[in-house]
Design a protein around this ligand. Structure first.
Ligand SMILES: [Zn+2]
Length: 479
């Protein structure tokens, strides 16, 4: 029996799908205005392993994940680079896919974008107004939190406490300071869309209510994201969805939230200079190692990132992979006996243990522990056959390997290389970066900026890369 910890009820509950055999899941996606950081990678990997496990247990899973492709941060990035917002979102959506591919994350079924769902959003906002839960002021539309008695049920906050504790600027146009925007009127020089309330764009929260309704219906199974999204984002989604359609029991049934990532026990922040992006970490470690590092901790627990811990994860994954390779080598051989029926028993009980761990709120940490136990069995048996000439029962050993392979499929490992790409030197500089520096140097020379040109050459030299200039251009080699 699968049990999941539901943030809404604050307890572990038996998972009962809305429709037998099927699972609908909505996961809040990214705002594509920069490259994903290691904290963003955690929900990607967490939801991927949840999806893999549900599929493994026979569920048909429909996974929807949005892109917030219109937002203040995107507009700001576009203005500072003097490009259109689409240039920014295209670049970082591409960056998102590269990151998840490297982490063995299977793609969602649909990736809806805000800017492609404006009409749907407008009709939902209109419906909330018509139902009496929202009001219009000067081209803005606000949700009226006082009208929704259950406001605060997900985060466990009471409206009066929120008011007391909140540093909300006094906006006299709002009925209550906690009222939030469903639609924002356009400021000068901002992208906008026509609406019944004038030119403007959607508020942040409404997109997820609209897209989950469109693709999963009024009531569906899982809704997920990082725990930083519980308030206000998910609280507001519940308010919008339940006041638009259905009753107060509709919308997502199970709310799952992953814990934070800290770096060397400190909160990750750009100002602390410990802000690690996924592309940066992938220069040093294969994606599968990063994935394995994330899954070695239960998704709800805090996860601390440090050089030591990721190296530990790398060594652990290597041990699992070595057992898999050794076992696979043995599988290729002809068997001589069918005597070792105990291998099937070991396989069966390992599978049961693994299921029990995953059924307990997707406890990947424990499940991986059972993989280590099984890897030892494989190592001992394979070594005895290969190195000590012991009898080999191909039939029952195959069962052991079959179970091991199934575990690996759920955890999402043994799919990529554990070697770093050949073009990454020991200093962790990629071919692309070297090429980029070489063109920057050529540009500097053209502009007679000899100091910068020399600096680039010296920096590369310090990283073990030597440049050779000729009439045909600049070539590089490792020193
Ligand atoms: Zn959302």
């Amino acid at each position: 029996m699968l049990k999941v910890y539901n943030t809404l009820t604050r307890k572990k509950e038996e998972f009962v799908p809305q429709e037998p055999g099927k699972v609908g899941m909505y996961v809040c996606g990214v705002t594509p205005y920069n490259y994903p950081h290691i904290g963003n990678a955690r929900p990607f990997v967490t939801w991927d392993v949840i999806k893999r496990y549900l599929k493994h247990r026979g569920f048909e899973v429909k996974h929807i994940q949005n892109f917030t492709d219109m937002d203040d941060k995107i507009i700001k990035a576009a203005n500072s680079e003097k490009v259109s917002w689409q240039v920014i979102t295209d670049r970082y959506i591409d960056g998102y896919f590269k990151a998840i591919d490297a982490l063995n994350v299977q793609r969602a079924d649909i990736y809806p974008k805000v800017t492609e769902h404006i009409d749907d959003i407008i009709s939902m906002v209109q419906k909330i107004i018509d139902n009496g839960y929202a009001y219009v002021v000067d081209g803005d539309v606000y949700f009226s939190v006082e009208k929704f008695p259950q406001y605060g049920k997900l985060s466990g906050r009471k409206l009066e406490d929120m008011l007391a504790g909140a540093r909300v600027e006094v906006d006299t146009r709002k009925h209550n300071p906690m009222d939030f925007a469903l639609w924002k009127s356009a400021k000068p020089d901002e992208p906008y869309w026509e609406s019944p309330w004038g030119k403007g764009r959607p508020g942040w929260h409404i997109e997820c209510s609209t897209m989950s309704l469109k693709y999963l219906g009024e009531t569906f199974d899982f809704h997920g994201g990082g725990s930083d999204l519980i308030f206000p984002h998910h609280e507001n989604e519940i308010a919008q969805s339940q006041c638009c359609c259905g009753d107060f029991h509709s919308f997502a049934q199970y709310w799952l939230h992953n814990g934070f990532i800290t770096i060397d026990n400190e909160k990750m922040s750009k100002s602390l200079n410990n802000f690690i992006t996924v592309p940066d970490i992938l220069k040093q470690y294969p994606g599968e190692v990063v994935r394995f590092f994330i899954l070695r901790t239960h998704y709800r627990s805090p996860l601390d990132f440090s050089e030591d811990r990721i190296k530990e994860a790398q060594a652990g994954l290597m041990r699992l992979k070595n057992a898999y390779d050794l076992g696979s080598e043995l599988l290729g051989r002809e068997g001589t006996t069918e005597k070792h029926t105990n291998l099937s028993d070991i396989a069966q009980s390992a599978m049961n243990d693994f299921y029990e761990a995953m059924d307990d709120d997707f406890n990947t940490a424990l499940a991986i522990g059972y993989m280590f136990t099984l890897s030892k069995e494989i190592n001992v048996y394979a070594n005895n056959v290969i190195n000590k000439g012991a009898e080999y029962d191909a039939v029952h050993f195959a069962r052991l390997m079959d179970v091991y392979g199934k575990m690996a499929d759920v955890i999402g490992i043994f799919e990529g290389s554990l070697e770093m790409p050949a073009d990454a030197s020991s200093e962790g500089i990629s071919t692309a970066e070297i090429e980029a520096l070489i063109s920057e140097r050529a540009e500097a020379k053209k502009n007679k900026n000899w100091a910068r040109a020399d600096e680039i050459r010296d920096d590369l030299k310090a990283k073990g890369i030597v440049l050779e200039d000729s009439a045909a251009g600049t070539k590089w080699k490792k020193a």
